[in-house]
Ligand binder design. Structure first.
Ligand code: KIV
Length: 271
């Protein structure tokens, strides 16, 4: 029997039980087969094929330009590498805001063409109809509140959201609306720690924070930031666990040097 069939997979129920049992959820992004294989092998619970691929893979300044077809291409590589983790794929900007039928069609393409396990979309009350329609087709939905990067031109800045009472109240009521609509988890991005705590207590579904403090049920980071592959992005919430930018650059320099000095390949490395 294939290894894939033997592994106990992370599902929406697993995540709900983790919240109930106080076990924190670990989530990271991946956009390709090789990286997803490493994260899954390490035991990550959830892999997000985030539209942050627009930034870290395609080099765009915002997440807005990435297309649904590009997201599907990234996601299908990720899915082929994964045995255990739940794979969630972002619906990119423009693929769901039109109306709930457009949203469902986009979600179905991701599930069918990439064989993903769930989708994520950004927003609160304004996307409830889409969330309900997608879930009614049997597709699990993760919400995303706080700093929602697809709305960057509305916000005008990437600074922390919901520091004022009115916006904080909105985040709480949007969380409840997403839970009621059937979302199985919610990402909370760049909001005050105390608001992260309040939302986490206010809903039964897991909250997964990025810059939302320590009280959320789980944490997510962009893997390229966490591993130090990117080097110019240093928000307060980011903990770097490696400095792969320098490691990879030094290895590349050594490779170049070995070729130029005729050290590579040697006789053992030839046929
Ligand atoms: O696209 C992404 O990587 C995300 C995370 C920052 C949560 O949405």
């Amino acid at each position: 029997m294939a290894k894939k069939e033997l592994t106990k997979k992370v599902t929406t129920h697993t995540l709900l039980n983790m919240k109930k049992n106080g076990e924190k959820i670990a989530m990271l992004t991946a956009y390709d087969y090789s990286m997803a294989g490493i994260l899954d092998d390490a035991g990550i619970d959830v892999i997000l094929v985030g539209d942050s691929a627009a930034n870290v893979i395609h080099g765009y300044e915002t997440t807005l330009p990435i297309t649904l077809s590009q997201m599907i291409s990234h996601a299908s590589g990720v899915i082929r590498a994964v045995n255990r983790a739940m794979v969630v794929v972002d619906l990119p900007f423009g693929s769901y805001q039109g109306n709930s039928i457009v949203a469902l069609e986009s979600a179905i393409r991701i599930m069918k063409e990439a064989e993903a396990h769930a989708i994520k979309l950004e927003g609160g009350k304004e996307i409830v109809e889409s969330v309900e329609r997608i879930i009614s087709a049997g597709i699990p939905v993760m919400g995303h509140l706080g700093l929602t990067p697809q709305s960057i031109y509305k916000f005008g800045t990437y600074t922390v959201r919901a520091t004022k009472a009115a916006e904080a109240r909105q985040v709480v009521s949007d969380s409840k609306a997403l839970e009621k609509a059937g979302c199985y988890a919610i990402v909370l991005e760049k909001i005050p720690s105390q608001l992260g705590k309040l939302v986490t207590k206010s809903v039964k579904i897991p909250t997964i924070g990025i810059g939302a403090g320590k009280h959320t049920d789980g944490q997510v980071l962009v893997t390229h930031d966490m591993l130090g592959i990117t080097k110019d992005f240093s928000p307060r919430f980011l903990r770097r666990y490696a400095n792969l930018y320098d490691s990879m650059k030094n290895a590349t320099r050594k490779y170049i040097r070995d070729i130029k000095s005729k050290d590579f390949p040697n006789n053992k490395e030839a046929y």
